[in-house]
Design a protein around this ligand. Structure first.
Ligand code: OSB
Ligand code: MG
Length: 368
């Protein structure tokens, strides 16, 4: 594949409802999209970072810089045998995984089209439909949260994840379990606690959670291993796993029993498949995380979720939970059993809607 042209654009998409985590509230997404033209085919990728450097250090601005000044010049005009070669080429740049993933994943889209394969199949995906959960942010009141849980459970979603932080945790989980005894429930702290909170964190064991996600430091595995020895609830790591090596080390020291794989956080499909292999070989279940993606990132997440080790419901859910109108056709829909069908057409399996993308665009730059 020879990359003839790359286009960067930033779009703004207002969320239907604000999304709040322990690190802050998002109301409108700023999303950098990457469009790659190679051998007459067009591939799309999405930078998954947040607006502010709170989940990790990347922002739309840092991603634009790294793409414009390094990744795109390195990729442009060259012949690539496979998109996985881009991952190898990008290795000298430390970090900036979400910027790298957007370009690499766009080339995977091209490769899948050229090979006439759905992206999921190209990655080794075996599932025909993927199990879906939802991630529900911190709300203004507990009543609003309970209403949302009722609605999503009734819609068929297979597990509910709630965001927690000090002051929005034990009492909230008590209320949830009072009303929803049997649901599959988990909690995501996004690094809101420390080992000093150990007595507090031990109380979580009474809620029968499937797992607690990233309770401690965003860059920690050591303290998580300490914590996992003290609590029965399985720990799932998100923020602190950036590679298959990170996953191996975390599993070996007992820092987690489950791993959330995000394409952006680990640097793209090549790395995500390696993390998946590492976990599968050690019988550690994985699931696909989300970053409030538009349809393009969502389509990539669906393809990843089709790999056989993705045995737990992920955070990949219907477009209409986020957007008035998604930027792909058809939009992502979820069955009454809480599943998404994996597309069987070549490439992404969803068509980017160019006029909607154009309308949402606030800046654009082309590279030939
Ligand atoms: O920690 O999984 C997370 C959203 C933004 C940043 C971090 C996280 C999340 C989510 C939302 O939980 C998942 C989604 O619905 O896309
Ligand atoms: Mg998380």
């Amino acid at each position: 594949m020879k990359i003839d042209r790359v286009e960067l654009r930033e779009i703004r998409l207002p969320l239907l409802h604000f999304f709040e985590t322990s690190f802050g509230r998002t109301t409108t997404r700023r999303i950098v999209l990457v469009r790659v033209e190679a051998d007459g085919a067009t591939g799309w990728g999405e930078v998954a970072c947040g607006e502010e450097p709170f989940y990790n250090y990347e922002t739309p601005e840092t991603a634009w810089h790294i793409l414009r000044d390094f990744l795109i010049p390195w990729a442009l005009g060259k012949e690539w045998g496979s998109a996985s070669e881009l991952a190898a080429r990008f290795r000298p740049i430390r970090g900036h995984h979400m910027a790298k993933a957007a370009l690499e994943n766009a080339l995977w889209d091209v490769e899948a089209q050229q090979k006439g394969l759905p992206l999921a199949k190209l990655m080794g995906g075996t599932l025909e439909e993927i199990p879906c959960g939802v991630s529900i942010g911190i709300q203004n009141t507990v009543e609003e949260l309970l209403e949302k849980i009722a609605r999503e459970s009734a819609a068929g979603y297979q597990r509910i994840k709630v965001k927690i932080k000090p002051g929005w945790d034990i009492a909230v989980l008590d209320r949830i379990r009072e009303q929803f005894t049997g649901i599959r429930l988990m909690a995501d702290a996004n690094s809101a606690y420390s080992l000093a909170d150990l007595p507090h964190l031990k109380q979580f064991d009474r809620f029968n959670l499937m797992m607690i996600e990233q309770p401690l430091g965003w860059d920690d595995i050591f303290d998580h291993a300490r914590l996992q020895r003290e609590i029965a609830t399985p720990i799932c790591l998100d923020e602190s796993i950036h590679s298959a090596d990170d996953a191996r080390k975390a599993i070996e020291i007992g820092a987690c029993k489950i791993i959330n794989i995000k394409l952006g956080r680990v640097g793209g499909f090549t790395s995500a498949c390696q993390v998946h292999e590492t976990c599968r070989g050690r019988k550690v279940p994985v699931w696909c995380g989300g970053m409030l993606e538009s349809g393009i990132g969502r389509a990539h997440n669906i393809a990843l979720s089709a790999l056989p080790g993705f045995t737990l419901p992920g955070d990949v859910s219907a477009s209409r939970r986020y957007w008035q109108e998604d930027i792909i056709d058809p939009e992502v829909t979820v069955s009454g059993r809480g599943t998404i069908r994996v597309p069987e057409t070549p490439g992404l399996g969803y068509a980017p809607n160019l006029s909607r993308i154009e309308k949402a665009t606030v800046r654009k730059e082309s590279f030939e």
